[in-house]
Design a protein. Sequence first.
Length: 492
Amino acid sequence: MAVFTMGATIKLTPKNTETLACESCEDPAVIKRTIHSNEDAYMNDNSAKYRTDLKKWGTRSGVMHVAFPETKKRNCEPSRDAVFYATDEGVMEISDCGSGRSPLSHFGSAQHKRQRNLIKDQKQKEGFKQYQKYLHDEFDVMQVTVKNHTPDIRNVCLWGGNSDKPITDPLFIENAKKIDVLVGTHPQQVVLNPANDLLYVANQLSDSVSVVARDGTVIATIPLTENGMPGTVSPVALAVNINSGYFYGIVYVIGSVNNTMYHIGLNHKVVDANRTGKRPTEIRFDSNTNELVIKNIVSKSTTRINAETQVQTETPWGIQDQFRLVVNESTSDFAKVTTQLNLLTIFNASKSPTVTINDEYHEEREDFKFSPGMLKHLKIVASGERRVNALQLLQKSIAGKEICRTISLGNYQSPQNFQNVSEVFGVDGVMLDGQNSWCFKIGGLQTITFILYYKKLEMYNLLPEKASLAYGVQMSKGVPKRVPKNPFKSKL
């Protein structure tokens, strides 16, 4: 009889034969069967022990006959057979290379595998710590932090100082945002106070001044009358003192009904007042003379009030070109009032950077153009769930030809199993100079930090030996010998 066990054919020598009648056939034919005298009872389907061992010792390569030495596999190779014939209980006793099942069973047990993995992880971590210490002791360290301020994925290029490439394109974007703010009744004019960067709105029919921030927040509403009767003041125009000094940032408001100019301080309160001509309608601040210039319609005159001394003069309109100093101020470019709707509209149009980088990077980039460095190791730390999948190294030759080498960062995950940390060993020997550039993609609103371990090249060390003596310096030891590409990789 030939038994097929675990890919091996084992021939058994029959010791006796017997003739059995076929109980399931009508024809009493005689069937001859070769039976191993000692194995017959064990292999019988009615044997509970056989069924138990079949369930317990069945392997991926077949059922192992564990009862007798004749069924053992000759010439075992434990390391190979442990892979193919391991079961939940352990590795089968597949040859005579061990006494009993204990040695081979323990070799392939799940518990032993877990123990081997723990030892392997521990050796990796120890090797990683030693390599990190080596990097900190032998190399300079530089950190570059790149932040994406937009929700879109951006292409970023670093280094390559000779090409003057921007970090990303576009570097700035226009931010157009309109905000409508409900202010007082019948607003007439709005001005920006540079002292606190707030907007002041003159509300004619509610006799008040609204103070509004750029984001649309109403900071204060300043009343100009105490009796609460609307229309007795009728503020229609404003001006701001923009000269440096004690009165810098004072806002002046004229009331066209009560013929008064109010002084509003930075505390959002009325701090002083001056009488004007009859029915003032326009006001502006003359920074050259430090005076408030007011146009009076009914009295047909121009009132001038010194902002510091409060000296006041009134000049009739008969003088030629008198109105040249009293022109109506234009509305701010980013804010205007809608009188009928009692609204202040703020246009926050501005430019903002798409991608920013720490200031030290620009200094290092210029330095590497004239004093190159050689990279030893790179650590990449990314915020959020998105990883940096690839890093393109671009090198431009003297002839202008660009050579691109792509490093897949999926193979460089941190051995400490941090989610978004990559320990990149494939950059060993990469030059940091004016010719080489790094390009990668950064996710929306993501921050990526590059930690570089490098050594500056001593250029005279690359010259012939006698040339270095001409420079009056001793020969440098140069860049240290390289360690293995993955020095903490376990040898298990």
